[in-house]
Design a protein around this ligand. Structure first.
Ligand code: NAP
Length: 249
């Protein structure tokens, strides 16, 4: 069991997939979890599942791509909770296409949902962490941000941007014992990848480049994330941990 002393976490994209697994896993460790997603139904169902299992959770529907919406939500939450000690920036979308066919709208949507959202949440939630001299920020990036991936110029740029942001904020906040790390999933079975995973030809092609020869589970990302949020990870900052079956070796 990892050590968490009376901590509260905010997890974005907690309605489904990896974010849901992260939220539920933190809650199992006794962390109070604020579950954020775009739809109220989605984050509400995760929070309800946590409470039904004996944990503590609150749901909040916020469009993370909307900076003023994030500011309002953060203000309300900081007034309600004595502290938000842990921030997991996990919400993300893909809008794939080769560069020549990629619209500016698809570029902007992916950048604002995956990357600019991290800027907004961190700006609002990190200041109280630095004052408290304890905090954990985990950004869920991707192997696409490390290796690049044809057809994902917008997504790879956003995810690589999250890595630069992680390393810079790790340096800015280190003196206040706020750690900032990134987790880079490979191919994980969620709604985001269902179209590839459920297509035998496409999935066989993908698995050729995965040394462990299988897709990952959302729980694999949740375990790494919980560790980085725990007391046990207190000497780790500015790092990117690939959880990808060996893809980005
Ligand atoms: P998913 O199953 O599609 O779930 C995405 C979650 O993000 C949903 O809860 C969704 O909210 C939320 N979200 C999307 N746009 C949002 C917005 N504008 N505002 C608030 N919430 C928003 O995705 P996933 O596979 O779990 O991916 C989670 C993260 O891991 C993403 O950042 C993704 O890029 C990254 N990742 C995934 C993989 C993979 O193989 N699955 C690989 C590498 C990296 P609703 O539920 O309300 O729609």
């Amino acid at each position: 069991m990892l050590t968490f002393t009376n901590r509260t976490a905010l997890v974005t994209g907690a309605g489904r997939g990896i974010g849901k697994a992260i939220a539920e896993n933190l809650a199992r460790h006794g962390v109070t979890v604020i579950c954020v997603s775009k739809s109220a139904e989605s984050c509400g169902s995760t929070a309800a599942a946590i409470v039904a299992a004996g944990g503590k959770a609150k749901a909040m529907a916020v469009d993370v791509a909307d900076g003023s919406g994030v500011a309002k939500a953060a203000e309300a939450l900081l007034a309600e909770f004595p502290a938000i000690d842990i921030l997991v920036n996990n919400a993300g979308i893909t809008k794939d296409g080769l560069l020549f066919r990629m619209s500016e709208a698809d570029w902007n949507d992916v950048l604002s949902t995956n990357l600019t959202s991290c800027f907004h949440w961190t700006k609002h939630l990190a200041r109280p962490m630095t004052r408290a001299r304890w905090g954990r920020i985990v950004n869920i990036t991707s192997v696409s941000g490390i290796m690049g991936n044809a057809g994902q110029a917008n997504y790879s740029a956003a995810k690589a941007g999250m890595i630069g942001l992680t390393k810079t904020l790790a340096r800015e906040f280190a003196g206040r014992s706020v750690t900032v790390n990134a987790v880079a999933p490979g191919f994980i079975k969620t709604d985001m990848t269902a179209e590839f995973v459920n297509n035998p030809e496409v999935s066989a092609k993908i698995l050729e480049v995965v040394p462990l020869k299988r897709f990952g589970e959302a729980a694999d990302i949740a375990h790494m994330t919980a560790f980085l949020c725990s007391e046990e990870a207190n000497y780790i900052t500015g790092q990117v941990f690939a959880v990808d079956g060996g893809m980005a070796m």
